[in-house]
Design a protein around this ligand. Structure first.
Ligand SMILES: [Zn+2]
Length: 419
């Protein structure tokens, strides 16, 4: 018979065992039943989901703070402090999640109605089940477990359940700007990563490119300058730039290759198109995904250099490049104490050696890492590719595993002094 993996401490074992399975199920289902899609036109937002989270925390005797980031869009922030906590010496662990979900699209395409919260066997169905209401449920259940078994813990848990992760990440940015991240020593980001330990997240840049030429009649193209050709030349040059970067960096073990992807093209950039009119302006949007070893400043400089070369070759053609969002890649040191704590409890909770992965997109954790140097571990229940798809689902046993892992990792991480 093989040896059963054991917990590093008895407290870690008790924290994992204190997670209430029925509670995880109830929380995840309760959250999925709230349609927290942000849609300014339809007037839907995260309010009800945030209120639901706050109610659960109040029932535990805690005092959650709701901070409106935008009208109808409140972050929920809640601290629990062990009686042994000394802010000068001890750590604060953040459990991070988001209340917003992406739209369900056409609900008739779903086998199970997207906000019914139906549970079939071990599976919870619905929009947001994996991304990331199960993760939020696991975080709350983990906090409850820690409160039960370790009231005298020498540490603090800060729950940050924020809005707008699927948009411009206004929630986490607001959380950081308001100073809530300042005391955080480490964060567990509960995104759906198949319960793999993710220490790397891909970066992203979002870019508007506007190419201006000179409008003219299609019968006399020589009388103007065609921005469509300028745009095409730019896109071809990007393909070469992408190839150079891919060859220079190779395939990252957890993040794969970097990509430069034109996603939207429009000519004319605005207004009605007409076949016999060469437009004044063309537009292309770029979705750039980056990996460790790349610098967003260098990438922007290269985009501008490509544009400058094309401008030099043609009369009266100009490029306007606007990087309107920059989310750097992240890399948490493998010897960080939070990583060590997660690894130490992993085998006993998951029944095998730690599995590792990488996050294919940016998360709220990106800003905690980039703006405040907070070590982040992204790990949570749900298949990595299921978010945003029709028939999204999450397995409840995986969600319980996540809750156990969070609880056991928390007491392990918070049982030692901040170094
Ligand atoms: Zn998410």
């Amino acid at each position: 018979m093989g040896q059963e993996p054991t917990f590093p401490t008895d407290l870690a074992r008790r924290a994992a065992e204190a997670v209430d399975e029925a509670r995880v199920r109830e929380l995840a289902q309760g959250l999925v039943r709230i349609r927290s899609v942000f849609d300014a036109e339809q007037g839907t937002n995260e309010t009800a989901a945030a209120e639901y989270v706050a109610e659960q925390l109040r029932a535990l005797g805690l005092d959650p703070v709701l901070e409106e980031v935008a009208p109808g869009r409140p972050n929920v922030i809640c601290d629990w402090t062990g009686t042994g906590f000394d802010p000068a010496r001890h750590r604060t662990l953040m459990f991070e999640g988001h209340t917003d979900v992406v739209t369900e699209g056409d609900p008739t395409k779903w086998r199970v109605p997207p906000f019914e919260g139906r549970i079939e066997g071990d599976v919870l169905h619905g929009r947001g089940s994996a991304d990331m209401k199960a993760g939020v449920a696991a975080s709350i259940a983990a906090l409850e477990a820690v409160m039960r078994v370790a009231p005298d813990l020498a540490g603090r848990i800060r729950l940050g359940i924020v809005v707008d992760e699927e948009g411009m990440m206004l929630g986490i940015k607001h959380f950081i700007e308001r100073g809530w991240a300042d005391e955080v020593s480490g964060a567990i980001v509960a995104e759906p990563e198949e319960n793999e330990i993710c220490l790397f997240q891909k970066g992203a840049m979002r870019v508007h490119v506007r190419v201006t030429g000179v409008m003219s009649h299609g019968a006399m193209p020589y009388a103007g300058v065609n921005p469509v050709r300028g745009l095409a030349d730019f896109v071809v040059a990007l393909r070469e730039f992408e190839k150079r970067e891919q060859e220079r960096l190779g395939e990252h073990e957890y993040l794969g290759l970097p990509w430069i992807t034109p996603t939207v093209t429009r000519a004319p950039a605005t207004g009605e198109a007409q076949l016999n009119v060469m437009p004044e302006m063309a537009y292309v949007a770029l979705d750039i995904r980056t990996v460790p070893g790349q610098s967003h400043d260098d990438i922007e400089a290269e985009l501008r250099a490509i544009a400058a070369r094309l401008e030099a070759g043609t009369d009266r053609l100009s490029f306007d490049i606007e990087v309107f969002e920059s989310r750097p890649w992240t890399e948490t040191a493998p010897d960080n104490p939070l990583v060590r704590a997660v690894e130490a409890v992993y085998p006993a909770v998951l029944g095998g050696p730690p599995r590792y992965g990488g996050v294919p997109g940016a998360t709220d954790g990106t800003f905690l890492w980039a703006w405040r140097d907070i070590p982040i571990v992204t790990i949570g229940p749900g298949d990595r590719e299921i978010p945003h798809q029709v028939d999204e689902f999450v397995r409840l046993p995986d969600t319980v595993d996540s809750a156990r892992l969070y609880a056991a990792a928390a007491v392990t991480y918070l049982s030692s002094d901040n170094e």
